[in-house]
Design a protein around this ligand. Structure first.
Ligand SMILES: [Zn+2]
Ligand SMILES: [Zn+2]
Length: 398
């Protein structure tokens, strides 16, 4: 699996030298913690873990140990005070929090689907399946973190968690707007889920039914786009795009004598006059910086929409329900194989690929087979998702 992405679930996984991991994590010895897990076969027997047994990071907060490209990252749970841009160490958070990874039915180790994409101050909750509210608790996700609920389609594994999430948003008195996108053809299902039982309702949740070939909504610092997929019931995938900007070039600034407050003025006004009277433009001292992007492609066959959503994204979260040995089933039920997910990622130049929505027939021991299938066409980062994992959006390409 050279070049692939290894990710461990938590520092407290029984059978994975949890004491060593926890001690290492507490001591901030990140490498030591990684060494403790690296090279150990993650058998299914070793996998059952209690989310409550998570280790602690150096600051005492619960943490996950994540190993990406052999570089471990400890990610702390955090709660965002209202109105504050979430950050870890002062860096804006752009990460996927995996709440559930199973297709169709939950298993002992995989909850129904559920994914929160944190993107600066936005929180896109994709496909809250049954049990999502409790998974949020385990993952340190608050109802206040959610600014969008995006449902790809109305099969139960993608929406049975809507009632719990909606009622939690109401109970916790979330006071910002939470927009809800879902296929307009499933309006009846949305209304049932939205009003599934007796509770004190909230008016912050506003529906955004989706129809047509492409729908875009500006949302804070990004744009959310929906495009149709191909599945036995109408299904839409989603994509988040940051607009392009400009990257300042320190050597050009220095060469032209632009320093201190002049830099801010140059960025605001597009030009600045230096003390020697010359005019310096923003174009002379900066270079274009492409925006970052992420896509969420759930239940679908290979189709144009999947490729359009994945085109050039930094992070692609995609279903890979089956291995190629079950490609007839995949075709019959409108799903992707891991090989097809790899083809999409390769054709679209994806930087990090997250496979999920696994059939219950597979165990943790099968995960390398998913990666092997992807590797036939795709050479980038691959993550086989597990519940409660956090996957960072890759750092900006240079
Ligand atoms: Zn599904
Ligand atoms: Zn489905």
């Amino acid at each position: 699996m050279t070049g692939s992405t290894e990710v461990t679930g938590s520092a407290g996984i029984p059978g994975l030298a949890e004491t060593t991991n926890e001690e290492s994590a507490r001591a901030g010895n990140v490498r030591g913690a990684a060494e403790a897990t690296r090279g150990r076969a993650m058998s299914d027997a070793a996998w059952p873990y209690s989310p409550g047994a998570l280790g602690d990071a150096a600051d005492g907060r619960p943490a996950f140990l994540t190993v990406i490209d052999k570089w471990p990252i400890i990610l702390c749970r955090h709660r965002r005070p209202m109105g504050e841009t979430p950050s870890i160490g002062g860096v804006s958070v752009r990460e996927l929090v995996v709440l559930g990874t199973s297709s169709a039915v939950p298993t002992r180790h995989r909850n129904h689907n559920g994914y929160l994409l944190r993107w600066d101050g936005e929180g896109f909750l994709f496909d809250p399946g049954e049990g999502t509210q409790r998974q949020m608790l385990h993952a340190g996700v608050s109802a206040h973190d959610i600014t969008w609920i995006c449902v790809t389609h109305f099969h139960g594994d993608h929406c049975l968690g809507v009632p719990g999430v909606v009622q939690r948003i109401a109970r916790d008195k979330v006071n910002h707007e939470v927009r809800a996108a879902y296929p307009a053809s499933g309006e009846t299902y949305w209304r049932r889920l939205r009003n599934a039982s007796a509770f004190t309702d909230t008016d912050v949740i506003t529906p955004r039914p989706v129809s047509g070939e492409v729908v875009r909504w500006p949302s804070g610092p990004v744009t959310l786009t929906a495009r149709p997929l191909s599945h036995p019931v109408q299904s839409y995938g989603y994509r988040v795009d940051e607009p392009g900007g400009r990257r300042m070039l320190p050597e050009e600034l220095a060469r032209r004598g632009v320093r201190g407050p002049m830099i801010g003025e140059l960025q605001r006004r597009g030009s600045v006059t230096t003390p020697d009277g010359s005019t310096v433009t923003l174009a002379e001292c900066s270079a274009p910086r492409p925006g970052q992007s992420a896509a969420f492609v759930m239940d679908t066959r290979l189709c144009d929409g999947a490729f359009a959503l994945a085109d050039g994204v930094d992070l692609l979260v995609i279903e890979s329900t089956f291995l190629s040995g079950e490609s007839a089933l995949a075709a019959q039920y409108g799903h992707l194989t891991a090989a097809q997910a790899g083809q999409i990622a390769a054709a679209c130049g994806v930087r990090r690929l997250v496979l999920t929505h696994f059939s219950e027939r597979y165990t943790a021991a099968d995960e390398p087979r998913f990666v092997d299938e992807v590797r036939k066409s795709y050479a980038g980062d691959v993550v086989t998702a597990r519940d409660l994992m956090r996957v960072p959006v890759p750092k900006r390409a240079a």
